[in-house]
Design a protein around this ligand. Structure first.
Ligand code: SAM
Ligand code: SF4
Length: 332
């Protein structure tokens, strides 16, 4: 490790970096972005070489887990070059290299990802109904995603399905999704919608508290609390009837900040110290100012010293989003 480890003012060790490699996406999920989303001009993006340097600086400062996300990480051109480059840290300082994907390109990349040492991936999937899928993603092809998931499974990748619980959209399907995921050997995590970015709709219409979902699931399943902790915000149970693991990410009904070990960098090199706050640090300038990483290391340390205690998410009818940027900027 180079220099001091990253410890924030509340004594939390920062060991997890999420890197949004692009803000672009081939889907336009209704809770994530507006239909008319405009993307950044390509010249504003860090190059893949710059992303490698930036992420490697974090690894040098004690980051043990890297997650590539987006937008859709697998639509960034030459993405496998970056995955391969970053994989050189595995077995060194880095314990895990992973990604979160919508699965649309997985059939193309699953084997290459596994060959680079990626062992686990998260795939987002909110429904198993093809027409509902087309509506939620505004045009996505469910069959293509399911083919991607199969390819990933065949390549030996461990898969976790992430499902955003949406009132009146997939709330009647959650039990089926759990049975399908667990029957296929995948963990599944349910996520509450978070008030991020303008989506061209009122979020109170979509918001479904997971406390409610959990109570409903309790009528059909026996949910056993487990001590398992992925180091993240999810709380886990095992479902006795399926034998599978089910996670709940409840930023709105349960504050998960006290054990936060992560920060997020966007594809323009902006570092967000908290998903639910606006404060950010520009890392692109120190990155481009010199080939030596000293300035970059100093900027990272200064930013971590400002990491806030927690988020201020609120969902109220007619309210503007708590955080103006969309989830696709930091990748969740
Ligand atoms: N495109 C990839 C995908 O969908 O997996 C990676 C980026 S996406 C922004 C990461 C995760 O954030 C997905 O699981 C998505 O469902 C979730 N997400 C997006 N907007 C959200 C919101 N407003 N509230 C909660 N989760 C959200
Ligand atoms: Fe794209 Fe992922 Fe956002 Fe859906 S959730 S629009 S797949 S970035």
């Amino acid at each position: 490790m180079t220099g001091q480890p990253l410890i924030d003012p509340f004594g939390r060790h920062i060991t997890y970096l999420r890197v949004s490699v692009t803000d672009r996406c081939d889907f336009r999920c209704i809770y994530c972005m507006a239909e008319t989303m405009t993307f950044l001009p390509r010249q504003d993006l860090l190059t893949l070489e710059e992303i490698d340097r930036l992420a490697s600086a974090f690894v040098a400062k004690g980051v043990r887990k890297l997650r590539l996300t987006g937008g859709e990480p697998l639509v960034r051109r030459n993405i496998m070059w970056l995955v391969e480059r970053l994989s050189r840290h595995l077995g060194g300082g880095l314990g895990e290299l992973t990604l979160t994907t919508n699965g649309s390109q997985l059939a193309l990349y699953a084997e290459a990802l596994a060959a680079c040492g990626v062992a686990r991936i998260n795939v987002s999937l909110d429904t198993l109904d093809a027409s509902k899928f087309r509506v939620i993603t505004r045009g996505g092809d469910l069959a293509q995603v399911l083919r991607g998931i199969e390819a990933a499974s065949r390549a030996g990748l461990k898969i976790k399905i992430n499902t955003v619980a949406l009132r009146g959209v997939n709330e009647d399907e959650i039990e089926d999704l759990i049975r399908w995921a667990h029957g296929s050997g995948f963990d599944l995590t349910l996520i509450e919608t978070m008030p991020m970015g303008e989506i061209g709709a009122d979020r109170t219409e979509q918001y479904l508290p997971l406390s409610l979902v959990r109570a409903q699931l309790g009528q059909h399943f026996t949910l056993d609390e487990v001590a398992y902790n992925s180091g993240g915000p999810a709380r886990y149970v095992t479902v006795r009837e399926t034998g599978g693991r089910l996670g709940f990410i409840t930023p709105m009904t349960h504050n998960f900040c006290e054990s936060c070990n992560r920060v997020r960098v966007t594809c323009t090199g902006t570092l967000y110290m908290c998903l639910g706050q606006e404060d950010a640090a520009d890392l692109r300038s120190p990155l481009r100012a010199s080939h030596d990483d000293a300035l970059l290391h100093a900027a990272i340390a200064a930013a971590i010293a400002r990491k806030p205690k927690g988020h201020d998410f609120v969902i109220d009818r007619g309210e503007r989003p708590s955080v103006g940027r969309p989830m696709s900027m930091t990748g969740g």
